[in-house]
Design a protein around this ligand. Structure first.
Ligand SMILES: *Cc1c(COP(=O)(O)O)cnc(C)c1O
Length: 382
């Protein structure tokens, strides 16, 4: 049913918990951690991921990503770690895109050895790079697109084709695009993962994760997830449901603003380069057009060398320098100082990350105000 509904109707209504008792307009919040076990269809318990609020919100996640099933977690990393370890055994091999979220990178390099799981990082986001690394024991191709912080685009259909030919599972971190701008399942990607702390939550006030996949794959993820116990508390499940009602409204507006900001930054004489898949100058603009419904609200840009990135950010007044992203408020971060601080300068330059690079999460404020803020900060920083 849900697939036939429009996107805003899906955001508002799919997976509502009906208030049969009082007929209220919104989902009641069920906080019980203890449910009857006899004479019931489903044995419910928070860590089984099946309290009424969890079970129903999973339907909204699935509808948003056009998959059969959804599952909700306490963080993006709980979703990522549960998904990967659900399908991996000692001796298995995973191929991971070179440029991925720092927490995912850290999870792989600090945990996989303990389990005897092998991994290889690609040298780029090109599908041929993944293909070249496939071995007999390869179980998963893991991608992220658009990627952080340079907004590289990975060809989802090409990755999915290569994986299917070799009987390998595909996983994507779809956080940056959100389900509004990209539905990887439509390109054959098996497991779609979100840090719901970002666009799905959208107000910079909840930590959550989500997975969308087929019933069969989800069953396997669930069996591992109940052991790791990364379920989301029902208060936050309820807040996430409320947030998702405006997902399309928020992300559409942010995406529109990001396009305007990218175009403004591109013509500014104080900026060297702008990275945004919605710009014709983006090297994978055509690929982005093919697989994205909108180009997203994340971009990055390089300040001219004479402008110090930290001074510039401290001179901003509306836009907040901030570690996370995807809120209603615009934020910036300096990858060299934060997400990529642990890499050496050489490793950073290899990945194209210069000291003047600023990652920009565009909010819902009017672009004219954001532009004025950037211009005054640049003037002050010269
Ligand atoms: C934030 C983020 C994560 C991790 O999510 P948490 O909710 O912090 O655990 C994973 N991937 C991407 C792309 C992110 O931005």
């Amino acid at each position: 049913m849900s697939n036939k509904l429009g996107i805003n109707t899906t955001c508002v209504h799919v997976g509502e918990v009906k208030d049969e008792q009082f007929k209220g307009a919104v989902s009641p919040m069920y906080l019980s951690t203890s449910y009857a076990f006899d004479g019931v269809e489903v044995k419910r318990y928070p860590r089984y991921y099946n309290t009424p609020n969890q079970e129903m919100l999973c339907k909204k996640i699935a509808a948003l990503e056009n998959t059969e099933a959804g599952l909700i977690f306490s963080s993006g990393m709980a979703a990522i770690s549960s998904a990967m370890l659900a399908f991996l055994e000692r001796g298995d091999h995973v191929i991971v895109q070179q440029v991925i979220y720092g927490g995912t990178y850290n999870f792989i390099v600090s945990e996989f050895d303990k389990y005897g799981i092998e991994y290889s990082f690609t040298e780029s986001d090109k599908a041929e790079d993944f293909k070249a690394l496939i071995k007999e024991n390869t179980r998963i191709l893991y991608i992220e697109t658009p990627s952080n912080p340079l907004l590289g685009i990975t060809d989802m259909q090409a990755i999915s084709n290569i994986a299917k030919e070799n009987n390998i599972l595909t996983m994507i971190d779809n956080t940056f695009a959100s389900p509004i701008n990209q539905n990887p399942a439509n390109f054959g990607i098996d497991i779609v993962i979100h840090s719901a702390t970002k666009y799905m939550g959208g107000h910079s006030d909840i930590s959550a994760g989500a997975i969308a996949a087929s019933e069969e794959h989800m069953e396997q993820i669930w069996k591992t997830a109940i052991n790791f116990g990364g379920n989301l508390s029902d208060q936050t499940v309820w807040l996430l449901e409320r947030s998702l009602k405006t997902l399309n409204l928020r992300v559409k507006e942010q995406t529109k603003n990001a396009q305007q900001m990218a175009e403004y930054l591109e013509q500014s004489s104080d900026i060297d380069s702008v990275y945004y898949p919605g710009l014709k100058s983006h090297p994978q603009h055509e690929l982005a057009k093919k697989q994205m419904k909108g180009f997203g609200a994340m971009l990055s840009f390089e300040l001219k060398e004479e402008i110090d990135a930290m001074t510039f950010q401290n001179n901003l007044s509306l836009i907040k320098p901030s570690m996370s992203l995807a809120g209603l408020e615009s934020t910036t971060v300096s990858p060299t100082q934060t997400t990529h601080a642990l890499l050496s300068e050489e490793e950073r330059l290899e990945r194209g990350i210069k000291d003047g690079l600023i990652r920009f999460s565009v909010g819902i404020e009017e672009p004219a105000d954001l532009i004025a803020d950037i211009e005054q900060a640049i003037e002050k920083s010269k």
